[in-house]
Ligand binder design. Sequence first.
Ligand SMILES: C[S@@+](CC[C@H](N)C(=O)[O-])C[C@H]1O[C@@H](n2cnc3c(N)ncnc32)[C@H](O)[C@@H]1O
Length: 333
Amino acid sequence: MKKPIQTDSSVSPDTTPSANPWETYWKGTRQCSTYKEGETDSHILTREWKQCFNELAYPTVRMLDIASGYGIVARMATTAFFSRPHEITCVDISESALRAIADKLPSVTTRVCDASRLPFEDCSFNLITSQFGIEYAGEEAFSEAYRVLEPNGTFMVIAHLDGGGIHKECEANYAALEQFRETLFISRSIHLLETKMKRESTQAEIDVALEKAKPAIKATAELIKKYGRNVAGGTLDKIFNDVARISRNAQNFAPEEVFKWLKLMEVEMQAYSQRMKSMCTAAIDDHVADKIKSTAKSKGIIVNKFEKLPFSKGGKNCAWLIHGTKVVRNESI
Ligand SMILES: C[S@@+](CC[C@H](N)C(=O)[O-])C[C@H]1O[C@@H](n2cnc3c(N)ncnc32)[C@H](O)[C@@H]1O
């Protein structure tokens, strides 16, 4: 029997794309587009996680992975701790993401919650991890993580870097998706296809619908040219070409199916855009980095590393690597 996924009451039950774009994303997507630039199997990230896990000498590792998504870090940890006692808990704001973890890693405990309000007692874990996640919940989430970490516990986070490679890609995706929305391409396409699909439509009516759709078609083609075919995970290019293909043989397609698909695309692209915006907002700049460091110090965390990391050797910096240890009680900071 599947383990139930607990949901914390602080998480809004509203899972509409605007309220929880991540839920929409994880529900509908298998891969996180963030990682296009280097995939999470980036040797550098994997090496950092392996090194962190291998250095730990706790008799039982009690790990909390924050904003786990599909559980990439939890999976690496499960392998690293295979022959040692360990308990892994994953939290995320998206139930669908955690459902995927529960299905693949049944030994992992999952809990839907907002990372800025962790539903755990102080000092509950000796290892806190997060990869491109905790920063979405704001600076309070760092304080929360420090709170639930026990003395001598380890804190290891890889977070979005403001101005880094991922940040720049997200900014371009967001700009392209917002401009695409303004073209009204989807509503104009629906009107054009509807007119073409109706057997009783006259050629004059089709021509009018086409004239109306032309500015949206032109603007979308220009957007794809400007930002590249891969922008927003290739979704703009795909929808543009699919609409053109359907339009050429409109009579051969079932209207309900086509309109359902276009409406779904509209919702997914809205969620995609919101996600890109939240990634841009989450990225940590030098000023916020200083604040995180000083909060860490005030909460008893000795920061061992706070550095910028590329995804590949010689590549652009993409992330912050933050590694700390919580001081043992009564030890001076
Ligand atoms: C870029 S994905 C990273 C997922 C995963 N850690 C990985 O490396 O693939 C960001 C994750 O943060 C989660 N998230 C966003 N805001 C959150 C919040 N306030 N509290 C908890 N999780 C959040 C999203 O659902 C998503 O799974």
